[in-house]
Ligand binder design. Structure first.
Ligand code: HEM
Length: 447
C-alpha cells in the first residue's frame, strides 16, 4: 500500500492487534470502527484493512466482487470443508451453486416445512415438565437434525448429534482464531489447542464419511422427494458429475452440516432472549401467531407474519450469527481512496456495521417495528446477516423458515422469561452465541 489507511491505535510490535482481537473481538472491532471508514489493523506484523462503512462494503461484495477472493479466514476452514460450495472459487463455485440453488428456492423450502415443524414440536414438547431450559444446546440439536434430514434424507442418531455439538464449536472457533493469525504461524506446533482443533476436524470428517456412505447405500423409493444428494449425484451435466466425486460430496455434506448447525441456533436463541427481555412484544407476537399452524402452511404464509419476521430481523441485526467476515484482493483494488495491492486482507464486522448510528436510530436498542412498513429504507449492506452479492447465503429462506417455525412452536406453548438480573453477554465463538441461555418457561393452556 503506497498511502496507507490510518492505523488503529495500540498495535504491539510483532503481534500487532492479535491479542486485542482474541480477548474481546466485538469490542476491538467496534472501537476500531470509530477510526475511519477504512482503517488498517495489524495481524501480527502484517497489514490488513478493516471496512466499517456499508458503502465500501457494498463495493467489495457486489460490483467489485470479482476483484476479491474469500481470504485468510476461509483458508483456515479448508482442512474441514475442502472445496465445498462455501469455499470453492471461480467456475467450480459457479457450477456448484447453480446445481444446488433450486433446492433452496421457496418451492423446495416448502417441502422442508414438515420436518422443521415435526422436529421443533418434539423439542418443545420435551420441555413440558421443566421450569428452566438451557436453550442454546436445544436449538443446536434441532438445527443439526433438520439440515441433515431435509438435505440428505438422514435421521441422525442422538450420539452423532452430540458429537457434532461437542466438536463443531471447537472447529469453528479454531478457524476464527486462526483467521487472526499470520499464515501458518503456530499451526504446526503440537499445542493442546492445535491438537484439539485437528482432532475435532478428523472426528467430524469421519462422521461425515460414515453418514455419506450410509446415504449412498440407502434404498430410495420412486416416490421419495429428490434431496441434495440426488441433485449432486444424478445430474445430467457431465462436468457437474465429474466435479461431484466422492471427495467433493463429503466436502458438500460437511459444508451444509457446518453452515446449517452453527448459525440458525444462534438466531433462534437471540430471538428468544430478546422476547424474554421484552414481554410486551412477546405477547404481541403470541397474539399474531395464535391459531397459526406452521406445519400446515407455506413459506409465503409464514413470511406474512409481520411482527414475528420483524423480531427475527431485529435479532439478526443486533446479534448476527456470522458476525465478522473477510475478503482478499486478487488484483490491485481502489477502496475508500486507497490503493490496495493484490493479496491485501480486508475484514469487516457485520456486528459493528449493523449497529452504525449513522444508519439506525438507537442502534443498540431492540426496536423490531423499525422493520415494519418500508423495510427497503435501509441501504443493502447496512443489514447483511446473510451476506450480499454472489456469495450470499444459499440457505437464507431455509433459515428464515426454520427459525420462524421454531419460535411459533415455542410461543404457542410457553411464556419465556429471563431469571432476575440475568445478563447474557454475546460470545464471539466463531458464531455469535449467547454463552449460556437458561430461560424460564411457563406452560400455557393449549391454543
Ligand atoms: C441464521 C442463519 C444463517 C446465517 C446468519 C447465515 C449466514 C451466511 C453468510 C453471512 C454467508 C456468506 C458468507 C460470505 O459472504 O463470505 C453464508 C453463506 C452460506 N450459507 Fe448461510 N447462514 C445461515 C444459515 C444457513 C443454512 C441453514 C444453510 C444451509 C441449509 C446455509 C448455507 C450456506 C452456504 C452453503 C453458504 C455459501 C454460499 C456460497 O458461497 O455460494 N446457511 N451464510
Amino acid at each position: 500500500m503506497a498511502v496507507k489507511p490510518p492505523l488503529v491505535p495500540h498495535a504491539k510490535p510483532l503481534i500487532g492487534h492479535i491479542l486485542d482481537i482474541w480477548q474481546d473481538p466485538l469490542k476491538f472491532f467496534s472501537s476500531a470502527a470509530q477510526v475511519a471508514p477504512l482503517s488498517r489493523i495489524k495481524i501480527g506484523w502484517k497489514d490488513a484493512c478493516l471496512i466499517s462503512n456499508h458503502e465500501l462494503l457494498y463495493q467489495i461484495l457486489v460490483p467489485e466482487a470479482k476483484k476479491y477472493d474469500k481470504g485468510i479466514q476461509y483458508e483456515r476452514a479448508r482442512a474441514m470443508l475442502g472445496n465445498g460450495v462455501l469455499l470453492a472459487e471461480g467456475d467450480l463455485h459457479l457450477r456448484q451453486r447453480r446445481l444446488m440453488q433450486p433446492m433452496f428456492n421457496k418451492p423446495s423450502v416448502n417441502d422442508y416445512i414438515d420436518a422443521m415443524h415435526t422436529y421443533s414440536t418434539a423439542m418443545v414438547e420435551s420441555w413440558a415438565d421443566r421450569d428452566v431450559v438451557e436453550l442454546y444446546p436445544e436449538f443446536y440439536r434441532l438445527a443439526t437434525r433438520v439440515v441433515i434430514d431435509t438435505l440428505f434424507s438422514t435421521k441422525m442418531s442422538e450420539s452423532d448429534v452430540e458429537l457434532v455439538r461437542a466438536k463443531m464449536p471447537i472447529v469453528i472457533s479454531g478457524i476464527e482464531k486462526r483467521g487472526a493469525l499470520p499464515p501458518r504461524l503456530f499451526d504446526t506446533i503440537p499445542t493442546p489447542e492445535n491438537r484439539a482443533f485437528y482432532s475435532a476436524i478428523s472426528d467430524l470428517r469421519s462422521l461425515g464419511d460414515r453418514l455419506v456412505d450410509a446415504r449412498l447405500r440407502m434404498k430410495r423409493e420412486r416416490e421419495d422427494r429428490a434431496d441434495l444428494m440426488d441433485v449432486l449425484t444424478e445430474t445430467d451435466d457431465e462436468v457437474a458429475r465429474r466435479d461431484n466425486d466422492r471427495a467433493q460430496i463429503l466436502n458438500e455434506f460437511l459444508t451444509f452440516l457446518t453452515a446449517g448447525s452453527e448459525t440458525t441456533p444462534s438466531a433462534i436463541a437471540w430471538s428468544c432472549y430478546l422476547l424474554g427481555r421484552h414481554p410486551e412484544i412477546q405477547e404481541e407476537v403470541r397474539a399474531e401467531v395464535a391459531g397459526f399452524d406452521p406445519g400446515a402452511n407455506t413459506v409465503a404464509a409464514i413470511q406474512q407474519l409481520p411482527l414475528l419476521q420483524a423480531v427475527v430481523k431485529e435479532a439478526l441485526r443486533l446479534y448476527p450469527p456470522v458476525w465478522a467476515l473477510g475478503r482478499r484482493t486478487l488484483q490491485t483494488a481502489t477502496l475508500g481512496g486507497y490503493e490496495l495491492p493484490p493479496g491485501t486482507q480486508v475484514f469487516y464486522s457485520v456486528y459493528s456495521i449493523q449497529r452504525d448510528e449513522n444508519v439506525y436510530d438507537e442502534p443498540n436498542e431492540f426496536r423490531p417495528r423499525r422493520w415494519i412498513g418500508d423495510d427497503k429504507k435501509y441501504p443493502r449492506t447496512a443489514f447483511l446477516p446473510f451476506g450480499a452479492g454472489v456469495r450470499n447465503c444459499i440457505g437464507e429462506h431455509f433459515a428464515w423458515i426454520e427459525i420462524s417455525i421454531a419460535i411459533v412452536n415455542i410461543l404457542k406453548r410457553y411464556e419465556l422469561s429471563l431469571q432476575p438480573g440475568q445478563q447474557v453477554p454475546p460470545a464471539a465463538m466463531g458464531a455469535l452465541v449467547p454463552g449460556n441461555l437458561p430461560m424460564r418457561l411457563k406452560r400455557l393452556v393449549a391454543q
